[in-house]
Design a protein around this ligand. Structure first.
Ligand code: PMP
Length: 464
């Protein structure tokens, strides 16, 4: 056997997977007796596995990515045409799709001005972190190097991005981490009882004030940036409460701290109505990073977007040989990314998907809330647009989380019914107890109902 086989020879593909693939984020022992799952095909909201089983994908490719759905011929064609014309050139030169996409993107982001292309969300975040550090050296004599990040937020899998990781469960075995990343408390209303001194009223402002307390403790002249998710994703689908963002903006302005918003999940329509999560809250970020929905997974592309003010710091004083951003991302120069991203944006506009996301998000929210009446195990429903979570608890008063195994059993039951949902809340080991839903923005009312019907059945079977 020379290892070659036909793509239709699925049993040999499974064999090759079992022998050679190291899957992301899972334990492989079960594959000694069970087949790994291979997703073979996708169309619209649905995917098919190697056994030919159809699944309604309620998590957009597993990790909230395929925002415009599978099998979009126009995106594939745009990518093909571009690759035939020019597949790649390093980003020290420009490209036609790179310029066109940047212009379109910036038109959706008032106040922002410059796009730095990379190929993953982690990398986009690291670019912003590096810029903050360089600004600290250029402007503040090596001070203001500290980057604040929030408990429960996630910014990526590379070591510096993990240094800004607020999910202990993911970080536990990978330290030591980079210095000068400092944690601030979370702003999760549902679990505010876990925070010392959290008030009953005005929790949003109080939670933001905790950030100020950290800044004062560390020394405002040492803090360069604050990095936050607009709606925390993997940490439990958490929207900040009323009053939070306004205070965050005031605090950043007061202490001359750059505001970095990580839109890797929320960006490009996921939260409905607005293009970006932060645009719901009237804030003015200095950095916005994005990845997943930028080209809906049709090509690898991520962007670090910043203001002209930040850009100018790296441009002025051209005689100083150190005065530019000394950084490169090889595959940030692939042209397939922006070619796919241009068409992805066009689809969202032409098919009015921001509005569909808002409408279907409201339906998903309403369906999940209706399930709360029937299933006491649902303690909280929260989210924005087509980005919703349902937290499972053993008891609504104590809010004790259900064991992770039970939450996983709900996911497995939905899978058996042909609906792929997720589970998250990565904060404390054993506490992945929030079912999560992020279907493509093209979801129909029937799709939404099929998702929540599956959850209804699964909760009945797992919890009785
Ligand atoms: N930020 C957030 C909020 C994310 O959810 C993720 C990925 N799940 C990342 C950053 C990292 O993106 P990537 O996996 O593309 O590096």
């Amino acid at each position: 056997m020379d290892g070659t086989f036909n793509e239709n020879d699925l049993s040999r593909i499974v064999e090759a997977d079992r022998a050679h693939i190291w899957h992301h984020l899972i334990q492989h022992k079960p594959f000694e007796t069970n087949d790994p799952r291979i997703i073979v095909e996708g169309k619209g909201m649905r995917v098919w596995d190697q056994k030919g089983k159809e699944h309604l994908d309620a998590v957009s490719g597993g990790v909230w990515t395929v925002n415009v759905g599978y099998g979009r011929e126009s995106i594939c064609k745009a990518v093909y045409d571009q690759l035939m014309k020019l597949c790649y050139f390093a980003q020290s030169a420009g490209s036609i799709p790179g310029s066109i996409f940047a212009k379109k993107l910036i038109s959706k982001m008032p106040g922002m001005s410059r796009v730095y292309y990379t190929n993953s969300g982690s990398e986009a975040n690291e670019k912003a972190f590096k810029m903050v550090r360089q600004i600290a050296h250029k402007r503040y004599g090596g001070r203001k190097t500290k980057i604040l990040y929030r408990d429960r937020d996630y910014h990526g899998s590379t070591l510096a991005a993990m240094s800004a990781g607020g999910q202990d469960e993911r970080n536990m075995q990978y330290g030591p981490f980079a210095p000068d990343f400092v944690r601030v408390p979370h702003c999760m209303e549902y679990r505010k009882h876990e925070l010392d001194g959290a008030p009953d009223a005005n929790f949003g402002e109080w939670a933001a004030d905790q950030i100020e307390a950290v800044i004062l403790r560390e020394g405002p002249d040492t803090v360069g940036a604050l990095c936050l998710e607009p709606v925390t994703a993997g940490g439990g689908v958490i929207e900040a409460p009323e009053g939070y963002w306004q205070r965050v903006q005031e605090i950043c302005t007061k202490y001359d701290i750059l505001l970095h918003i990580d839109e890797v999940v929320c960006g490009v329509g996921r939260t409905g109505t607005e293009w970006f999560g932060y645009q719901h809250y009237g804030i003015r970020p200095d950095f916005v990073t994005m990845a997943k929905g930028v080209a809906s997974g049709y090509a690898a592309i991520a962007c670090m977007v910043t203001t002209e003010e930040v850009f100018a710091m790296f441009k002025d004083d051209a005689d100083d040989p150190m005065n530019y951003f000394r950084d490169i991302s090889t595959f940030g120069g692939c042209t397939a990314g922006p070619a796919a991203a241009i068409e992805n944006l066009r689809i969202i506009e032409n098919e009015n998907l921001l509005a569909n996301c808002t409408g279907m998000g409201a339906r998903l929210d309403a369906n999940l809330r209706a399930l709360m009446d029937k299933h006491k195990v649902i303690g909280d429903v929260r989210g924005k647009g087509l980005f919703q979570g349902a937290e499972l608890v053993l008891d609504r008063d104590s809010k004790e989380p259900v064991p992770e195994k039970q939450a996983q059993a709900v996911v497995a039951d939905c899978m058996a019914q042909g609906v792929i949902i997720g589970v998250t809340n990565r904060s404390v080991p054993g506490r992945n107890n929030t079912l999560c839903f992020s279907p493509a923005l093209i979801a129909s009312p029937d799709d939404i109902d099929q998702i929540t019907d599956a959850v209804d059945g699964a909760l009945g079977r797992v919890f009785g």
